[in-house]
Design a binder for this molecule. Structure first.
Ligand SMILES: CC(C)(COP(=O)(O)OP(=O)(O)OC[C@H]1O[C@@H](n2cnc3c(N)ncnc32)[C@H](O)[C@@H]1OP(=O)(O)O)[C@@H](O)C(=O)NCCC(=O)NCCS
Length: 196
């Protein structure tokens, strides 16, 4: 059991493979300085976005696919952003990431997309751990990860170079067993996150 079945269908959106025809919609967010502010890549040129979309399409044909770059498409057909999951070679863990076009921020779409992605990863694969990293100043991403049940593990010092600046990253995880954690332990994890 190690296949996630696409599309992943949630209430207001679905996650599906990218198509070459998504180029313009992907470039709308991949070229935005706001979207890439806390990320090591971008803002993309059109050529860079084309290369990304082509890579995404190519990965769909891989027989032992471990990389899932997925388009987040609202029920009205608009492409709002992208989510990714990269499974480790041994199938033990997966990293996730996400980027949305700014006009779709603040509406809960990212929460819905991350929730369905995490749920399906645990349901359809045998991975034990899902992790994500984010910049310490990326408040929206921090709120999203907390809202979707991720626990702060720590700080990766000098983890990335973002437009010439060396930057730390926060690392967060959800474990398969977190679902069975006692409510008291969730409260403890939350309290520890508050400490300076
Ligand atoms: C990170 C990112 C995806 C978060 O997006 P977001 O819009 O804040 O997240 P959501 O779509 O889940 O929206 C949540 C917000 O909408 C509100 N909201 C409105 N309707 C909602 C609903 N039905 N359900 C949940 N939240 C809802 C929430 O209260 C929340 O607001 P708050 O953050 O002020 O508390 C977005 O900021 C982004 O794309 N950033 C650029 C890329 C990036 O930095 N990626 C991460 C790299 S680590």
């Amino acid at each position: 059991m190690n296949r996630i079945e696409l599309p992943l269908v949630a209430q207001r959106l679905q996650l599906r493979d990218f198509k070459l025809s998504d180029l313009e919609a992907v470039h709308a967010y991949a070229s935005s300085p706001y979207v890439v502010e806390h990320q090591a890549w971008g803002p993309n040129t059109l050529e860079q976005t084309r290369e990304f979309v082509e890579q995404c399409v190519a990965e769909t044909a891989h027989p032992q696919r471990r990389s899932f770059n997925l388009a987040v498409v609202l029920n009205n057909g608009r492409l709002a952003g992208g989510c990714m999951a990269a499974l480790s070679a041994d199938g033990h863990e997966a990293e996730i990431g996400y980027s949305f076009e700014p006009s779709y921020w603040g509406k809960g779409y990212a929460t819905e997309a991350v929730t369905i992605l995490v749920t399906e990863l645990f349901a359809r694969t045998s991975i034990q751990r899902i992790f994500a990293t984010c910049g310490p100043l990326n408040a929206a991403s921090i709120r999203l990860l907390r809202r979707t049940g991720f626990v702060l593990e720590g700080c990766l010092r000098a983890h990335k170079v973002v437009r010439g600046q060396v930057r730390d990253s926060l690392i967060w995880s959800r474990l398969r067993d977190d679902a069975s954690m006692a409510p008291g332990l969730h409260a403890l994890a939350g309290a520890l996150e508050q400490k300076p």
